[in-house]
Ligand binder design. Sequence first.
Ligand code: SAM
Length: 269
Amino acid sequence: MDLKKNLKDHKISLKRSLGQNFLLNKNISSKILNYCALTNNDTVIEIGVGAGILTELLLRRARKVIAYEIDKSLDPLISPLKKYENLQLLFQDFLKADLSHLQVDGDLYFVANVPYYITSPIIEKIMFDSPPFKEALLMVQKEYADRLLAKPGTKTYGALTVSISAFSKVTKLFDVSKKNFVPVPGVDSSVIKLEPLTSPKISYEEKSQFRAFVRSSFAQRRKKLKNNLKRLIRDVEEFLKDAGLSENIRAEELSTDTFIDLYHMMKRW
Ligand code: SAM
């Protein structure tokens, strides 16, 4: 399918406000799937169907494809896919979707070339508000992937890095040049894979509390940890000393495992 011609024939102009930068190069969609363990016994959720090029590859591979698209005006582009019986197409805002009622056959996967304006809410919904899943393969802005993979002590390391890595393994698969999209966006992209840890050190029930603790720790990056935490933890200097940490330490110097230890210690304090 010639995407540009198809858009023109249907008089569809893409909306920047909805993150509509479509992937022109089908080989990249195929490459994403080469890294995915999805089989024909499984269910995959796609966020943002667009012109449906990635969706069609998913339909050929999975038992069931649950595909969300917020923009009903893209229907003429997506319509040819309705011949596939394993497609459940939902013209709906993914962020408002109730995933708990979905009928999942086999294992659950997520695959998406995400609309970048809502990357964090999408990742948080997948990670913390979805049925258990095997893998999420996501195309994100390159800088965003770098933040997820940042090491302690670096500028991009922050609350996002810690909260995601406490619950999942994050791998960067490959970079994708902005030239492969229409319209050409201002940024390059990376494809990442998230795999939930089988036994995270923070229980499912405590995930919100842990994330709030991490966010407070980074609340003001330039401040020392003790200042960010003094409203949350009484005798915070004593607390840090007990944890074997300097009272001058900053959140960005601590690894995810140290945050997990501090969180458990705080509950007993
Ligand atoms: N999958 C296509 C591709 O690879 O070319 C399109 C990707 S494009 C980056 C993101 C898509 O997400 C757009 O089609 C956009 O309309 C859709 N979208 C934006 N916000 C959404 C939301 N809240 N829920 C569902 N889809 C959304």
